[in-house]
Write a protein that binds this ligand. Structure first.
Ligand code: ZN
Length: 252
């Protein structure tokens, strides 16, 4: 039973009770309205932040004192090959959560990821903008088509999935159960698509030590190579081992 289901068992009778009290004039309306607003806020927060684990439990905290590099939304025809070159030169194995549509466009890059020891996971077929609101059936289809595109490209059926935008919902949770995929999240998000400078991106990941264990980046943006190089350098200086995310999470 998900945290959401457990909460519903408490919240629904409470909603009904407060509504009944207000309706019959026994109590004021504001407690019902306040609880309803709080409930809706919680649903929104739970959908946007998978760390809350409201609808499903994602694997997201790895071995303390290590860092795992993960990249979403690729493969990208320019940035991904440059990134793979860097990772190979540095001897670092990372994880790529690929969009099925992009996999179909650049299958050789996915084959290269697997050949060079990286983990490849599914990040849906199309990365739908309204991912948090789509039906269970469509979520299932997005997952299965994405997984099939990866299998077609590299001959390996990936068990790993990362929801688009990290957004979860009861429908996404149902689709995950139905397809049997295992969800990998993150615990550091340096906003690499928003922050302009490597310094800012780096400051988000590191204080004295890394602020988390699994970092999410995007191999679809220009600075990904520069950012990755800086992260690797900082990890080497600080003696922070870089692990592949499944090993860091103790999943394989
Ligand atoms: Zn994404």
């Amino acid at each position: 039973m998900s945290l959401h289901h457990k909460l519903l068992l408490i919240l629904l009778p409470l909603h009904a009770l407060l509504l009944a009290l207000a309706w019959t004039g026994t109590g004021p309306w504001w407690p019902f309205i306040a609880l309803l607003a709080a409930h809706l806020l919680l649903l929104g927060w739970g959908a946007m932040d998978h760390a809350l684990g409201l609808f499903l439990r994602a694997h997201r905290q790895g071995r303390p004192g290590t860092l795992a590099l993960t990249y979403d939304d690729g493969p990208h025809p320019q940035h991904t090959p440059a990134l793979l070159d860097l990772l190979k030169a540095e001897g670092v194995q990372a994880a790529f959560f690929c969009i099925g549509r992009e996999v179909e466009r650049h299958p050789a890059l996915v084959k290269r990821m697997v050949d060079e020891g990286h983990l490849v996971g599914c990040h849906s077929m199309d990365h739908p903008v309204g991912w948090g609101f789509i039906s269970t059936a469509r979520s299932v289809e997005q997952i299965l088509r994405g997984v099939a595109a990866i299998e077609q490209a590299c001959g390996m059926r990936t068990p790993w999935f990362r929801p688009p935008f990290g957004v979860t919902s009861p429908n996404v949770a149902a689709a995950v159960r139905r397809t049997g995929v295992r969800v990998i999240g993150w615990d550091v998000r340096p906003f690499d698509t928003t922050f302009r400078t490597t310094g800012k991106r780096l400051a988000w990941i590191f204080g004295e030590r890394p602020k988390g264990t699994v970092v999410v980046l995007h191999d679809t943006v220009g600075p990904v190579v520069e950012t990755t190089r800086a992260i690797i350098e900082r990890c080497r200086t600080a003696g922070v081992p870089l692990l592949r995310v499944d090993r860091s999470l103790g999943l394989s």
